[in-house]
Design a protein. Structure first.
Length: 177
């Protein structure tokens, strides 16, 4: 990771450089795809501003640019605020990347065999990778021990539901349009 420190109206002494470097490179343990981090320290001269020291951090990854800022009574406090905000933002980005649907139809790090309980419903994700013939859907229904299965019928590429009948047979409902 390339870290660039710059400042306007600020004396970048060794202790400030060292503190900023230590504090901001710790976020790399959360997200290892950081290519470049630019840190700009600024002093606000307006007497009405409560926290005059400001830090702006720009993080560049291969696909995204993230920006956070922090204000404080001194630059050390501003760096702490910016570092905490950056950590939170990187956790959100990493969470979105892990939850994103991958090309093979599964989600990263999400177990598809455990139901998710919310309010009065139990949601059970059931990804199917390809359209199925009705007999293949029947085998899938038996294999998963389900009461019904929503699938794409390979014969006509329409949505269909295969369900168990009380007499042990199967019913098939197909979307008509």
């Amino acid at each position: 990771m390339n870290l660039i420190l710059s400042g306007r109206g600020v004396d970048l002494d060794d202790s400030l450089r060292k503190y900023a470097t230590e504090k901001l490179t710790k976020v790399q343990r959360l997200f290892d795809r950081i290519i470049k981090m630019e840190v700009h320290l600024d002093h606000e001269r307006n007497p009405r501003v409560h926290d005059p020291e400001r830090v702006e951090v720009t993080v560049k990854t291969a696909t995204q640019t993230l920006r956070v800022h922090g204000e404080g009574i001194d630059h050390f406090a501003a760096i702490d605020v910016a570092s905490d905000r950056l950590e939170a933002q990187l956790r959100r980005v990493k969470g979105r990347l892990e939850a994103r649907v991958h090309r093979n139809g599964t989600k990263g790090d999400v177990r598809t065999d455990e139901p998710e309980e919310t309010d009065d419903f139990v949601r059970r994700p059931m990804p199917l990778k390809k359209p199925l013939m009705p007999d293949e859907a029947q085998m899938e229904l038996e294999e998963r021990k389900l009461a019904f299965l929503l699938f794409t019928n390979a014969e006509n590429m329409r949505a269909a539901v295969l369900y168990r009948l009380d007499d042990g047979g199967y019913g098939l409902i197909e979307h008509d349009s």
